[in-house]
Design a protein around this ligand. Structure first.
Ligand SMILES: *Cc1c(COP(=O)(O)O)cnc(C)c1O
Length: 354
């Protein structure tokens, strides 16, 4: 490669590749685990009532209105909550803050593919631990010297959930490092390890508004943990950029966190459609994990996953496919509305049996 001298000191990274965001509207989009329902009705009211003159002022650097709403919902102190611009931002700050050891951090080989990207960009050594054949974690693998641990629970893209006792087993065995549990999908049927934060000062639980609260486009994520952990994260955050979260987003997020009834209704609906979709996939001969997330990780068996992915795309139905070892026989299908899933299954019937 023809490299100029100045390029030798460039921080070079291989970036994370997000799922496609096709910019036309006549597609069925089941590829990035967005929620098919709009956010809580009170969010619309915030936008309607918003005084645009307010934009000349900086937003509240502490995002107090949002932090307080989250604290109230989870029965915590505001000082136990860190908010950021999506949980990607929160996780990135957490990696930078907590993973300063020379020892490798540990996370599964099949998991959210941003973890190794952050580790690379922050020069954090890491080791990826193979999942078992059924895509579950063996907690014994995490009882070894390490500079930190990250576990997505339920895991992505498999949807497999680890029981609370397994997470506690891992946290309990690692008093000398910070354990991050990424609960992006926990509201769809996983078991949150939030109750453990009172007992373990080194446990950080990360959640997001992007999936269960229908606000991927607003970018809100949050972490919950001991006051000590949260203080360390805020110190790093305020050393980089104090005003990451804009004013409107803070207000909208607070409303979305407050409407418990709407939250339950939409989450329950997604769970119901997911379980019905599993039965339909079984009829078509797919094999799949028992996903507790808002997606299904399924292998077509009768046809290759790549072929089904491409055929669906021709029909303007987007799902996620990775041409990578171990998971190349699988598709990750986001749970959409009843109507969207009906169209998906019509297409799948045609592709698999047609
Ligand atoms: C979607 C997702 C995130 C990030 O979501 P944000 O939109 O940045 O909040 C983090 N972790 C996992 C496992 C996810 O699937």
């Amino acid at each position: 490669m023809n490299e100029n001298k100045w390029e030798s000191s460039v921080r070079k990274v291989v970036p994370y590749i997000p799922g496609e965001q096709p910019q036309f509207s006549d597609v069925i989009k089941l590829n990035t685990n967005e929620n098919p329902y709009p956010p809580a009705p009170a969010v619309r009211k915030v936008l309607e009532d918003f005084d645009h003159g307010r934009m000349r002022l900086y937003p509240d650097p502490d995002s107090a209105v949002l932090t307080n709403a989250i604290a109230k919902r989870y029965d915590l102190k505001p000082s136990q909550i860190f908010v950021g611009v999506g949980s990607d931002d929160v996780l990135s700050v957490a990696f930078m803050t907590f993973f300063g050891s020379d020892k490798p951090i540990l996370f599964p080989n099949i998991t959210y593919s941003f973890y190794d990207v952050w580790a690379d960009v922050y020069r954090i050594p890491y080791r990826q631990i193979p999942l078992k054949n059924d895509f579950t974690i063996d907690p014994e693998d995490y009882k070894t010297e390490n500079g930190g641990i990250v576990i997505a629970n339920p895991n992505a893209p498999t949807g497999v959930a680890a029981p609370l006792e397994m997470i506690e087993d891992i946290v309990n065995a690692n008093p000398d490092s910070v354990v991050i549990v990424d609960e992006a999908y926990v509201d769809f049927g996983g078991e949150s390890c939030l109750p453990l934060i009172e007992k373990y000062e080194n446990l950080l639980v990360v959640q997001t508004f992007s999936k269960s609260r229908s606000m991927a486009g607003m970018r809100i994520g949050f972490a919950m943990g001991s006051e000590k952990l949260i203080k360390y994260m805020n110190d790093v955050k305020f050393s980089i950029n104090s005003y990451t979260m804009n004013h409107i987003t803070q207000l909208c997020g607070a409303e979305a966190m407050t409407d418990e009834k709407y939250f339950r209704e939409t989450v329950d609906k997604i769970i119901e459609v997911r379980e019905r979709s599993k039965a339909r996939l079984a009829e078509l001969g797919f094999k799949f994990t028992d996903s507790k997330a808002n997606f299904i990780f399924a292998s077509p068996v009768k046809k290759s996953a790549k072929y089904v992915f491409e055929e669906l795309k021709k029909r303007r139905i987007f799902v996620r496919y990775w041409n990578k070892p171990i998971i190349c026989d699988y598709l990750r299908i986001t749970v959409g509305t009843d109507e969207e899933m009906e169209k998906l299954f019509e297409a799948l019937e045609d592709i698999i049996n047609g």
